[in-house]
Structures are given as structure tokens and as C-alpha cells.
Design a protein around this ligand. Sequence first.
Ligand code: HEM
Length: 409
Amino acid sequence: MNLDEAARVFTQPAAYADEARFHAACAQLRREAPVVRVEAKGFNPFWAVTKHEDVMEISRQPERWLNAPRPALGPEVRDEKRGTDMPIRTLVQMDPPDHLQYRHVSAAWFKPRSIARLEDRANELAKRYVDHMAALGGECDFVTDVAIQYPLYMILSLLGLPEEDFPRMLKLTQEMFGSSDPELKRDSGGDELMATLLDFFEYFQGLIEDRRAQPRDDLSSMIANAHVDGEEIGTLEVIGYYVIIATAGHDTTSSAIAGGMHALLEHPDQLQRLREDRALVPSAVEEMIRWVSPVKQFMRTATEDYELRGVTIPAGESVLLSYPSANRDEDVFERSQEFDVGRDPNRHVGFGFGAHYCLGTHLARLEARALYNELIPRLRAAELAGSPAYMQTLFVGGPKHLPIRYELT
Ligand code: HEM
């Protein structure tokens, strides 16, 4: 494909659903134009950054490269609305000095020691979902029956939401991240993303009031009653927190788990290896995150002219950091296009890097490991039972259907 065509994959939701084509385009860009300006109809121009080293270089300079006002790539109309009528403010929209202060609100909660106490709960839930697979009798859609449900259950119960509200949260999340997919998007006839955010807003406003009046021992009470700079945390910021946790907190993990299963089925030798040596589960999970790269991109905007690989990016222009591309970079990963459950080292940037490095890494790893620790020893045989389908997306995604046939003990 020509370079312009390759560079436009980042603006085409359907391109992400065609993994082979997407990765071929990224490989070509890494070789021929690793810092490339992209102009596509319906999008404000931006620069695509596809090399691992460059993604890290930009991410490690939060004072020079800002998340505001364009934290992620979306259609032009959305860029315009962002500054004015976004009903929430999340960590990924913040920059120094605010960002660190707000991140501090929940940083301790997400630390390894604090997450480690959730291990029994993750194991118990993982067992419940593998039992559910067994009860389904040897065939299921691994995405809708298992991979979506399990992390959703985990994060929403940590937030303290009642179980009867889980389906509503799932639908809103899918509408938010699936706003580019015809099957998942909401059909409101207007700006779908804004309508979804308003629904979240309304729901979470009730939650804040409740948790301020009667704090409980849950994550939503901790955030609602936090203080930033000596003042009670603002409503927009609490809701921003809830939205990011209730969405990023499970869709990403689901995609890693489901895309990981797809990779295992496509590489039966790797599945066999894992079955023979369960100690490989942690490195297999890292490899799944590298392989799937559920978060497709975030953006940064230059505060001053900046030279990257001999290309000058003018102040005020934005770069798209392509995590899936960086994670297949031949200069960093040996046999970068191979799925290797024992890969070590594995310096993937699937969780990003620097000041905004994913807060949920320990939780995501705990969940994925618990599921595969339960599943692998019980899985006698597994194969695809139909064609997998991937989400059309610009932002977060992975498989949306993965029909499988299996024998479980
Ligand atoms: C496999 C699963 C996950 C992946 C691949 C993932 C990926 C990412 C990435 C790429 C970023 C941006 C990092 C950057 O800009 O450098 C991020 C940020 C974030 N993630 Fe995750 N994430 C996952 C799971 C989770 C979970 C389970 C939670 C919470 C429960 C979570 C909460 C967050 C939050 C709050 C941020 C914003 C941090 C900030 O801006 O300071 N993520 N994640």
C-alpha cells in the first residue's frame, strides 16, 4: 500500500478489525515513515508515531507533551466539543500539576500490596466463570460468555455497584468504546458519545450523593470523599474517575483475555507449552497484552517545536502514540511478529509509559492470571468453532466474538 494509505489506518475503525492489514501498515510505517503526518477526511491532522523508542520518548515528557486538549484521536467534531461541553474530567485529560494531584487520590488503592488482597476474590470469580464455561457444554462465545463478564463483575463490585446495575454499565461501556462499531454503537441519531457520557453522568451523580451521605468500604466512597489541595474533590472529577474506572477497568482487560485466547488457538504449540508449564502464565499474560494491545492509542500535543527522527513537529500539533505498532517494533522485540508465551524480557508499552502509565496494571494482571491459572489446567482441548470478529474502533478494542469448542474438566 502507499504511505498515505498506510498512515490513514489510524483513522479507520474497520482497519483495526482487520489485524493482518493493520499490522502490515504499521510495519511499513516503522520502516519507511516512523513519524508521519496524517491528513484524513473528518479528522484534524496529526502525526502518527509508530516506533517503541519514540512512544517512550514522548510519554516521558509530560511538561512538554500535554494530554489536553486532545488526549485521544476522535473525529474532528469531537475535538471541537472537547474543550467546551465535555461533561466529565478524567485523569487522561489532565496535565501537570493537576494530574499528579488527582492521580494521588487513588494511587495507593491501585498499588501492588493493596491489589494483592483481591487475589482470593479474583480466583473465586475465575473459577465461577470457568465453571460457567463447563456448564455451557463444550461450546461458547468466549468473548460474550466469559471475557467480558468476568472483569466487569470484578471492577463493578470493587466500585461497590449493585449487581442489578451491571448490565446497564456494560451497555454504556460498549457504547462508549464501540462508538465506531456498527454492532455495538448506540443509535441515538445525534452525537452518540455525548449521549452515552450524559447517561454515565446521571447514574454516577446519584452514586456520589449516596457515598457522601453514607460512605462504605468501597472504591467509589474513597474517591467521592477525597480531598485535593485541601478542598473536597469536584463532582466533574469524581465522575471522571468513576467513568474511567468503570470503562477502562474492564473492557481493556476483557480484550486482553479474549485476544489472548484467540492467539493461543492460532498457535497451538504455545497453548501446549503453557499447558505443560503453568509457571509461564504470568509471561503469557504479558505477551497477550503486547499481542493484543487493547488500547490502540493516546495522543499528546506539543508545547514547543520538537524534533523527532529528523522531523520537526510544530508547537500546538498533536502526535498519536500507536501502542500496537510500538509493541511489534522489530528493534525492540526479537521475532516481534511471533506470539511467544515465554517471552522474556517483554518491554511492551501496552499499559503506556511515564506519568499516565496505566493505574490498573496490577489489577489487570491479577485478573488475567487468575483466569488462565484456572482455565489452562482444566482445558483438555480447544479450537475455533467459527470465525472470530474484531471490534471496529479508534481507541480500545479486541475481539467482539470468539466462537470456541472445548473439553473442560
Ligand atoms: C489489559 C488491561 C489494560 C490495558 C492494556 C490498559 C492500558 C492503558 C493505557 C495504554 C493507558 C494510558 C497510559 C499512558 O498514557 O501512558 C492507561 C491509563 C489508565 N488506565 Fe489502564 N489499561 C488496562 C487496565 C486497566 C484497569 C483494570 C484499570 C482500572 C481499574 C485501568 C485504569 C486506568 C486509568 C485510571 C488510567 C489513566 C491514568 C492516568 O492518566 O494517569 N486500566 N491504561
